[in-house]
Design a protein around this ligand. Structure first.
Ligand code: SAH
Length: 250
């Protein structure tokens, strides 16, 4: 696979888990680890648990926010053991791996991020809503939460199997090569800000009572996996609305 796959850990508390994740990644051929504000890193405990995957730890990048970690990514998956208030497109790790494999073929080396949450409380709703897909390992409902390194192991194993067996045909939305690169996360965020400010200007969105407008719009647009040209079209339309409002007011 040409695809660059980042494993992103948000606010990990136990540094031993970071080492366990590095080992799980290296076993399955992944090397790109990003740590969002870890409690303690680097640490002797992480190196001990990495058991020979120190190169993954040494190359790990530490950033301040999840947005920074995923800004350049085109496909972003959030892992979660629980269903949340507003339903989001959800898949199991095998389906996720097929999508990554198919996108790899159709789009010429996209950047992918798979995001993992805090040991005690997972990811916040805001963090989950930055991601296009939610991935749930179908564990038993009465004891659903895996240790984070075990969760990374399951996900990394499925990606490895998908790439060894070439399962790209199992993700039908990527049947043909695409004619434009997928939009990056940072471009989507700029577009969502643009939507919000324009809809406030037109009076469609009341900033004092936004309800779930932006969350639902986000979910709609991210479900379509827009490419860079499509994002430019949508933003061009927003700009034209703003200009029109300006000319009406004169
Ligand atoms: N108590 C937390 C679980 C945290 S486990 C919660 O209720 O959300 C730490 C991380 O491991 C989770 O944020 C998720 O990234 C991953 N993880 C654990 N179990 C998982 C599962 N069944 N499916 C997908 N990811 C899981």
């Amino acid at each position: 696979m040409q695809t660059d796959i980042k494993i992103v850990l948000v606010n990990t508390t136990h540094s031993g888990n970071i080492g366990g994740v590095a080992r799980a990644m290296k076993n399955m051929g992944l090397s790109n680890l990003v740590l969002v504000a870890p409690k303690s890193f680097p640490s002797a405990e992480a190196s001990a648990r990495a058991a020979g995957a120190d190169d993954v730890l040494t190359a790990a990048i530490v950033v301040e926010s999840l947005q920074q970690a995923i800004a350049d990514c085109q496909l972003v998956f959030a892992t979660s053991a629980r269903e949340r208030h507003i339903p989001w497109p959800i898949m199991d790790p095998r389906e996720m791996a097929a999508v990554i494999c198919a996108a790899d073929k159709a789009t010429d080396g996209s950047k992918v991020a798979i995001v993992f949450g805090r040991e005690d409380r997972g990811l916040t709703n805001e963090e989950l809503h930055l991601c296009q897909h939610h991935v749930c390992i179908p564990s038993v409902a009465s004891f659903s939460s895996l240790n984070i390194a075990a969760a990374v192991q399951v996900i990394a194993y499925e990606i490895r199997m998908a790439s060894l067996l070439d399962v790209s045909a199992q993700a039908p939305q990527w049947g043909t090569p695409w004619d434009a690169p997928l939009a990056e996360q940072r471009e989507l965020e700029l577009m969502f800000d643009h939507f919000e400010s324009t809809m406030v200007k037109t009076g469609f969105l009341d900033p004092n009572s936004p309800r779930q407008f932006m969350t639902r719009l986000r979910r709609l647009i991210m479900r379509a996996l827009p490419d860079k040209i499509e994002v430019n079209i949508l933003r061009g339309m927003l700009t034209s609305i703003t200009k029109y409002i300006g000319s009406e007011k004169k």
